[in-house]
Design a protein around this ligand. Sequence first.
Ligand code: PYC
Length: 332
Amino acid sequence: MIQGTFFCIDAHTCGNPVRLVTTGHPNLKGENMSEKRQDFLRHYDWIRTALMFEPRGHDMMSGAFLYPPCSANADASILFIETSGCLPMCGHGTIGTVTAAIETGLLASKIPGKLTLDVPAGQIQVEYQQTGNTVDWVKIYNVACYLAHQDAEIDVPGLGKLTVDVAYGGNYYCIVEPQANFPGLREWTASDILHWSPLVREAACSLKCIHPDDPTVNGVTHVLWTGETLNENSDGANAVFYGDKAIDRSPCGTGTSARLAQLHAKEQLSVGDTYTHESIIGSQFIGKIESKTQVGEYPAIQPSIQGWARITGHNNIIIDDDDPYAHGFQVV
Ligand code: PYC
């Protein structure tokens, strides 16, 4: 028996997949997207695993559902889904969702080129430029971001000691810069990143992080490795590890936001500075420190991230009880 049919618009943001699910939304309980995220994880997680894991998805798969706004001033809400769960915030996911939704007419803005969106991490503002039917770029004014731990020493089995920072950019990132036990991202292969990242994340679990405004957002979930750039006009390069086996092909919106918060806290960037951030494949986001703010007791920044996305196809996904892999599987 068919459990669900999900019509999806498949897209990519600077190389990383975004599957925007346009039908089959479960009716979620909650006043805001953080509560709705918890409800989805409790009762409907099979939809995520079916759409993100193999055989319908893959290790990097990431997607979103659009919901009606939770706040009076918002245009819509986004629930992010990916292989590791439901992220509080996803930058590449937002850029892909906005592009696909505007280009296909799923979402119309009240003010041309501007949107206010509720996401589990809070509320974000979006600007986009459209030429004809094409969305050329999307700029996200992200939630407030801050440095949670500076120069923390962790011991990674087999690799040794690393000095790392942990910053919040919508998710908590363990940021690793080149040092004695890490020669830099371009000196490592993708297999090296996939091998060491889970061990770094595990070692970084000792670094407590709980979001002051929402305790359901907690713990280091992502590892951001830095290194030399491929493009002359990039200010920095990164490879973000997420889930069990994924390296972000985009420069990572929340990762870039975390990096901006870290560099601002360490007085390497100031308000008004832009930072062109490059991914493992050389694709770029433009980050900017828009203003200073506060998250609980932490000095914080309000960053923006700009990037582009393209639709790759339309996908009518069927989840059938008769299929032993109806809810997906992972090979880890
Ligand atoms: O763009 O924020 C992002 C993101 C998080 C995980 C993968 N991409």
